[in-house]
Design a protein. Structure first.
Length: 297
């Protein structure tokens, strides 16, 4: 019997890093989480974790890294594997992939965290059996991964779905939290924008708070744009903000209103949309299992 290859996995998020060792989704070992601080400290903790893991589990085949962005995915670029123009303080121009590969003497597969999550949901989750989907995470930032024709979308850089510009509600006086674009999806609907607008973290706002109607309206705008651009067979919404499950019916209703019957599909009916715009089946493991999914590409 052929032995399964074992990989190190890194979900590198703007708020926290998650590290684990696995050979399959059923074999997720020793998962650890720690806050994202400054690069040297955070990446140093990743190195220490995998040095100890290899003493326990043996030599790893490599590392799968799903990283917050923007990142450089051009393997011919001198800054491949770098975080680039991120608003995350201290992380711009950080060599994530190269540092970890050199420090651990392991080959690395590197992509965005949301592309990894999209691939993981395609292989093992809510997108199983589908070749076209969008995975959007709504949390510390907003980012999206796109699977088209069974392949992750790359190009000039990679999809930046969180920075799609939105039309602001006329009653919304909040200028937006994105330092680059102000009123993009991330600037208006991310976790930090919710906190800055309403003075409370998302999890502390009650379900009946008017924040959620506005949040759903902004997210629905973005989702309709992605539907017209990518024609996904399913849209998967993850991240900390989307743990507020009261958002889903509000988003469903608003997407149908905005679509106004234009895109015709059984998925875009009151009955069908509940199975079209959905939470991730992998739950809060979507990111770390996304890193595993990347090792299969």
């Amino acid at each position: 019997m052929e032995m399964k290859k074992t990989y190190g996995l890194v979900e590198a998020g703007g708020t926290k890093f998650v590290c684990a060792v696995a050979s399959s989704p059923e074999d997720l070992r020793e998962e650890v989480r720690f806050p994202t601080t400054e690069p040297a400290e955070t990446l140093g903790r990743v190195v220490e974790y995998f040095q100890a893991a290899q003493k326990k589990w043996g030599r790893l085949e490599g590392l799968g890294i799903g990283c917050f962005g923007p990142v450089d995915l051009d393997k011919n670029s001198p800054t491949w594997g770098f975080v680039t123009a991120t608003p995350k303080a201290g992380w711009a121009d950080t060599n994530v992939a190269g540092f970890l590969s050199h420090s651990l003497e392991l080959p690395v597969v590197f992509d965005t965290d949301v592309n990894g999550a999209a691939l993981g949901e395609h292989l093992w989750g809510a997108g199983a059996g589908l070749d076209n989907l969008v995975y959007l995470t709504v949390g510390t930032g907003i980012g999206g991964g796109v699977l088209s024709g069974g392949r992750l979308v790359h190009g000039l850089v990679h999809p930046e779905l969180g920075h799609f510009l939105l039309s602001k509600d006329p009653q919304d006086t909040f200028t937006g939290s994105c330092p680059y674009h102000g009123s993009c999806a991330e600037g208006l609907a991310s976790g930090p924008s919710l906190e800055k607008r309403w003075g409370k973290k998302a999890q502390d706002l009650p379900p009946e708070h008017p924040a959620w109607d506005l949040e759903a309206a902004y997210l629905a705008q973005a989702l309709l744009a992605f539907m017209t651009c990518f024609s996904p067979q399913k849209i998967i919404l993850g991240g900390g903000v989307m743990e507020q499950l009261q958002l889903f019916p509000k988003i469903h209703k608003e997407v149908l209103r905005l679509n106004n019957g234009y895109i015709r599909s059984p998925s875009l009916t009151p009955q069908g949309i509940v199975n079209y715009i959905v939470p991730p089946s992998l739950g809060n493991r979507a990111g770390i299992l996304g890193a595993l999914a990347l090792t299969s590409t």
